[in-house]
Design a binder for this molecule. Structure first.
Ligand code: EPZ
Length: 424
């Protein structure tokens, strides 16, 4: 197993390019199942464990893929299976994204129920509700979702999501684009990842109105084509790199970003005392002498993203006062807090709210990653902690951050990746 050994106290400064988005890559790759012939060429696909897991799942279905220099080529002409097995689905919940496209193209799908998650229950009831509305018969048996449209095609429907769900919106979109008739989706997720999926599906020949909004109207079409497409940047990686500069008193320029998709995060960095400037595809952050306490409530887009909540808590340990952090998407997404406190932070949890007391001098020690963004928050804390911080189980980090220690070392960090054994 790998750990990151981080020598703290070094400023993170310089210029770096943002990688392609993990969370838009996954539905885009799933959507290739909707085309019956031709080869897709997908650019700016990040080299991540989750992408490898997902392409492994598609290969299991019979899809041919090749991945070189962040370009993924996909041919879905010879899909022979509609079964997504437990061994692969348990590695990554987003495997559920094959449900909609398999149903739309083949009229059936058998997908293992996803496993648990470190930061609380992550139900899939809204995915199943949407598929049933579109005409699928859903059965849950022996740990699998078995879905079929009994020989007919999926048909248009009105889907009204009671809560905003990125995944369920993605699955509903990918099922509706080949359904017979018109589908309307109310309270659709408007995250950039869903907007990008809508652009991708439209480029394939889908008829989608309302892209980028919470009200989508999809007119089903007969067939969809394989295309060449360039993925959007990863807004969570970008925000995490900005936090790395801010927590170490450095300054950073990120290239290849769309500042409009970072609005809520940039606003909070300004509130924390950072100087932010943006060009059309880059953003620059300059740290203040002293970070200011800044409350955050994580909510669906365009609000502050839940996937930046853990990193923000790490940052606020260095702010001069008390910051209140609430997560309205995952109320208990706080596994990073006990580990941050072991580094010397003083963070309390009261009624699903994190109370971060700062500024606190952090001291390096060994800490354990529990999930993707929790591990990112521990890396940020390690960058500012005195001495050496060892972050264990960085396979969590590798799921969502492309070559993160190389990027940070190029910006002045001193991080090495080392093998280690855990006591069994
Ligand atoms: C996506 O997960 C992201 N993952 C998550 O990022 C992100 O945290 C989440 O959206 C919220 O933004 C990918 O895109 C691969 P949801 P998803 O459905 O789609 C409830 C990361 O760090 N809900 O938008 O699974 C759910 O419990 C990962 O990159 C239901 O109740 O999230 C939650 O409270 C972690 N029933 C809320 O909706 C359902 O059927 C939002 O979840 C589905 C969701």
């Amino acid at each position: 197993m790998d750990k990151l050994v981080i020598h703290g106290g070094r400023r993170i400064s310089g210029t770096v390019a943002a990688s392609g988005s993990k969370n838009s890559s996954l539905p885009i790759i799933a959507a290739t199942l909707l085309a019956g012939k031709g080869t897709f060429t997908l650019h700016r696909i990040p080299e991540l464990h989750d992408i490898a897991t997902f392409t492994q799942l598609l290969q299991h279905l019979g899809v041919e893929t090749t991945f070189t220099n962040n370009t993924l080529k996909v041919s879905t002409e010879n899909v022979q299976s509609i079964l997504a097995p437990y061994e692969l689905v348990k590695k990554m919940r987003a495997s559920i994204y094959v449900l909609g496209p398999l149903l739309a193209r083949f009229g059936e799908a058998k997908v293992s129920l996803p496993g648990g998650c470190a930061f609380g229950p992550r139900p899939i009831d809204l995915h199943l509700m949407a598929m049933e509305k579109l005409g699928a018969e859903i059965r849950i048996e022996t740990g699998f979702i078995t879905a079929s449209v009994k020989g007919r095609k999926l048909h248009g429907a009105h889907i009204d999501f009671p809560v905003s769900s990125v995944g369920a919106t993605g699955n509903a979109l990918m099922a509706a684009v080949l359904a017979k008739g018109v589908t309307t989706i109310s309270n659709a997720a408007a995250e950039p990842e869903i907007e990008t999926l809508c652009h991708f599906l439209s480029a394939m020949g889908a008829d989608i109105k309302g892209t980028g909004t919470t009200e989508l109207v999809i007119e089903g079409v007969e067939t969809l084509q394989a295309i060449e497409f360039t993925n959007v940047f990863d807004r969570i990686e970008a925000a995490t790199l900005l936090a790395a500069a801010a927590i170490t008193g450095g300054s950073i320029t990120l290239n290849g970003v769309e500042p409009s998709q970072l609005k809520a995060v940039l606003k909070k960095f300004v509130h924390a005392g950072c100087l932010i400037s943006t060009e059309n595809s880059s953003v620059t952050l300059k740290s203040p002498e002293q970070l200011l306490p800044t409350d955050v409530t994580a909510k669906p887009y365009p609000s502050f993203p839940t996937d930046m909540q853990a990193q923000w808590i790490a940052l606020m340990t260095q702010a001069s006062g008390k910051s209140l952090i609430t997560d309205k998407v995952y109320h208990e997404r706080f596994n990073h807090i006990p580990e941050l406190n072991r580094l010397g932070a003083h963070i309390e949890i009261k009624n699903n709210q994190a109370v971060v007391h700062g500024p606190r001098k952090l001291s390096g020690t060994t800490v354990m990653s529990t999930d993707l963004r929790a591990s990112a928050s521990l890396v940020l804390a390690g960058l500012v902690a005195e001495g050496v911080t060892e972050v264990l189980r960085v396979y969590h980090l590798d799921r969502g951050y492309e070559k993160i220690e190389m990027k940070l070392n190029a910006l002045g960090a001193k991080i090495s990746r080392e093998k280690y054994k855990e006591f069994s």
